[in-house]
Ligand binder design. Structure first.
Ligand SMILES: Cc1cc2nc3c(=O)[nH]c(=O)nc-3n(C[C@H](O)[C@H](O)[C@H](O)COP(=O)(O)O)c2cc1C
Length: 354
């Protein structure tokens, strides 16, 4: 199965299935001499891991990462960094009843149509268990990025949207929302939806600050193109926009253009409608991306489907599932943005005589 690697100079290859012995990755291209430890990776893995609250899947995985190569005396050596995360809390029997049925909204049918064989346990390779690998690699990319900081947060769950913005609130509530009041309503909505045997979607925003102007490769390999591919490539992400995004379609040039000024002797912009990227290249402003996250496909509510023999059937999906993916997708989206930015940061070193 190709398509398991991404990046140009900083290349991640991931491997593993949901109910196999482990998942892991190899990150190639990390510059030598950078201080790195398992603790750096673990911090973000702990933010993604399952079983964090009643609003996430109850699968209890410690997601303890072990680095196998590419490190010597606490520093990167420039050789591939391989790491492994064991799968400890598998309950494959929960999938026995739906072994031959395709879950609506999940990748069961499309994997079957493509390969004719699939590991049905926990969704196999299509499971979001694989996103732990992205988070571990993303933590290494964040270190390469130094002062560039990436933060993600929930903007909307169902029809409840953020009204007040306070960054300090983000990691203080179960949905990682900057608006404490909205967070309480979101938590209630997710819990009620879960109790009704259903799931719910939302919108997550990811920002990168301190990004220098000049990252991105025209004409193919544009920064927004690569970010869009990396973000939509996350499980359950169905849409992406930068800056005003789809809203730009309703605006005039005089409203959308980011006018330029000199601020403290440096080029600056009055606004950031473009989301920090113009012509596929970073402008030096905040990069602002938003992703649309669909409701979790595995739900207890009864649905129509078919089985592998081509017969119609009914399905209810038991087992442990996230009633809303937003709180756990945030560290994954941050990681994907970090990997793309770090790759472009390294690529940019070849763009002109230094
Ligand atoms: C962090 C995270 C957690 C997820 N948890 C679940 C889950 O518990 N149950 C489920 O059916 N899908 C879950 N998903 C979504 C599926 O992996 C995804 O919908 C499926 O692979 C089909 O791919 P697609 O939605 O991108 O088309 C999760 C996704 C992410 C990113």
């Amino acid at each position: 199965m190709p398509g398991n690697s991404f990046g140009t100079l900083l290349k991640l290859t991931s491997w593993g299935e949901s109910h196999g012995p482990a998942v892991g990755g190899v990150l190639d291209g990390c510059p030598a001499g950078m201080e790195l430890s398992e603790i750096d990776l673990q911090k973000d893995l702990d933010r993604r891991k399952p079983g964090q609250s009643k609003l996430t899947t109850q699968r209890k995985e410690p997601d303890k990462v072990k680095i196998l190569s590419g490190l010597f005396e606490g520093k990167t050596t420039g050789t591939p960094i391989a790491f492994i995360i064991e799968n400890e809390d598998k309950n494959s029997s929960a999938y026995d009843d739906i072994k031959d049925k395709f879950r609506p909204g999940h990748a069961d049918y499309s994997y079957h149509a493509k390969y004719g064989i699939r590991d049905h346990r926990g969704g196999g390779r299509s499971s979001a268990r694989e996103t732990a690998v992205r988070v571990a690699a993303g933590a290494i990319a964040k270190k390469i990025l130094g002062d560039i900081r990436i933060i993600g947060f929930t903007m909307q769950i169902g029809d409840i949207a953020v009204r007040e913005f306070n960054i300090a609130n983000i990691e203080k509530n179960l949905v990682r929302c900057p608006d404490a009041k909205a967070a309480l309503k979101m938590e209630k909505l997710i819990d009620e939806t879960r109790k009704a045997g259903d799931s719910i979607g939302g919108i997550v925003e990811i920002r990168a600050v301190n990004v220098p102007a000049g990252l991105g490769e025209p004409v193919y390999g544009k920064l927004d193109g690569d970010l869009a591919s990396a973000l939509v490539g996350i499980n359950a992400v169905k849409g992406v926009e930068f800056g005003d995004g789809f809203g730009a379609a309703f605006m005039k040039g005089s409203e959308h253009n980011d006018e330029m000024v000199i601020d403290n002797g440096k080029p600056s912009f009055k606004t950031d409608h473009s989301g920090g990227i113009i012509g596929g290249i970073s402008t030096g402003q905040e990069i602002i991306a938003r992703i649309a996250v669909k409701p979790t496909p595995s739900i207890i509510a009864k649905q129509d489907t078919i089985n592998i023999n081509g017969e119609e059937a009914e399905i209810t999906v038991e087992g442990r599932h996230d009633p809303c993916i937003c709180p756990r997708v945030i560290p994954v989206a941050e990681a994907m943005m970090a990997l793309v930015l770090a790759d472009h940061f390294l690529l940019n070193k070849t763009s002109r005589v230094q």
